[in-house]
Design a protein around this ligand. Structure first.
Ligand SMILES: Cc1cc2nc3c(=O)[nH]c(=O)nc-3n(C[C@H](O)[C@H](O)[C@H](O)COP(=O)(O)OP(=O)(O)OC[C@H]3O[C@@H](n4cnc5c(N)ncnc54)[C@H](O)[C@@H]3O)c2cc1C
Length: 332
């Protein structure tokens, strides 16, 4: 079974990896001159399930991501854990409900008081938090390369007409360039800062609307801005200060003296209901896009779903979940 995949970001390369594991013959066509030139090209990202009061696609997707990371090499994977700070009542309710309804073991997901959060983080934390022990950091760029390592990738190969593509099945994983869907662009910028004596003690990710990752090679990543009205990847100087300001609000002692040493901007693809768009489009054409700000986790779940759809195997998610993420939900 020959499968053509349009786009060499997380969605496309993960799909290729899953298809190859299942015995298919994927080929990736990428418009850019390298693997992951777009949103997936960040050198560091946090992998988290998107948190919600009820169990969702993301709670089931997360273990699939961990399984893939265990099988891949050279991805800078660091299972350092994440503290999602409870900064307001809304987050308190959402996180408490999630702990109850997701049913994950206490060792992997629990609310911790600020003293325990501080012990986990290795620095003083001023908030109670939701602790996700198996979250962490990984390099999305390296992850894409690892997924694609045994796959033919045609670079500088923009596909303008799907009718020209010779394959038994086609997966469109082209981010915002995916046509005929109500997709929305959300520009974002991450900032890299030099570690200080205080910040280098941090042992896990801090998430608070923004995020701050533990030190790696003397640097931290601070994320990320969200601009729903922008769709370019130019650097905006003020964004770095926005990212630092978000950290100042929750952990001023960690933010003190941070020196900006780099940044990267790109465009996320989101959908109106904030779930990704994964499934059958028409004829032999499938789609994986709309991964928003949780693409590291959702793209590998999408990869397994599409692989099983294309190979006509039982789907790894309940039918209600498949419906919730399907492109067909926008036409009803
Ligand atoms: C600043 C920022 C920070 C983020 N941080 C995180 C994070 O910490 N954790 C997390 O999980 N997610 C994060 N994300 C989101 C994550 O990066 C995305 O969800 C993910 O990269 C989406 O992958 P994708 O493959 O769908 O899109 P893309 O990476 O954009 O890939 C689409 C690819 O399709 C190619 N393409 C387009 N049109 C064509 C065509 N006609 N022919 C061939 N190829 C084509 C493009 O060149 C591109 O390479 C972040 C995003 C941004 C912008």
């Amino acid at each position: 079974m020959k499968v053509a995949i349009i786009g060499a970001g997380l969605a496309g390369t993960a799909a290729a990896w899953a298809l190859r594991q299942a015995g298919a013959e994927p080929v990736i066509y990428e418009a850019g001159g390298e693997i992951a030139p777009g949103a997936s090209g960040n050198p560091l990202g946090l992998y988290n399930p998107r948190l919600s009061a009820e169990r969702s696609f993301y709670s089931d997707a997360f273990p699939l991501a961990l399984k893939a990371f265990q099988e891949l090499r050279d991805t800078d994977w660091n299972e350092c854990g994440a503290l999602h700070l409870i900064t307001d009542e809304k987050r308190q309710k959402k996180f408490t409900d999630a702990v109850k309804s997701w049913g994950w073991p206490r060792s992997e997901m629990r609310i911790v008081p600020k003293a325990e959060a501080s012990a986990i983080a290795g620095v003083s934390i001023n908030y109670d938090a939701l602790y996700l022990a198996r979250s962490g950091t990984i390099s999305p760029k390296k992850l894409c390369k690892a997924y694609a390592s045994a796959i033919p990738v045609k670079l500088n190969a923009p596909i303008t007409n799907l009718g020209d593509v010779q394959a038994d099945a086609i997966i469109v994983a082209a981010g915002m360039a995916t046509k005929n869907l109500p997709l929305r662009a959300v520009r974002g910028q991450i900032t890299f800062v030099k570690a200080t004596k205080a910040s280098e003690k941090l042992k896990c990710n801090l998430c608070y609307g923004g995020y701050f990752s533990p030190v790696k090679r003397g640097e931290h990543a601070l994320g990320a801005t969200f601009q729903r009205w922008l769709d370019h990847d130019q650097i905006i100087g003020d964004d770095d200060y926005d990212n630092i300001e978000k950290l100042v609000r929750v952990a001023p002692e960690l933010a003190d003296g941070l020196e900006i040493i780099g940044q990267r901007a790109a465009v996320r693809t989101t959908s109106p209901d904030h779930f990704p768009v994964i499934g059958h489009l028409r004829d032999n054409i499938y789609v994986s896009t709309g991964h928003g700000s949780h693409g590291i986790v959702s793209s590998i779940a999408a990869a397994h779903i599409l692989t099983n759809m294309i190979l006509q195997r039982p789907l790894p998610f309940p039918a209600a979940t498949i419906q919730k993420i399907s492109p067909g939900r926008f036409s009803t």
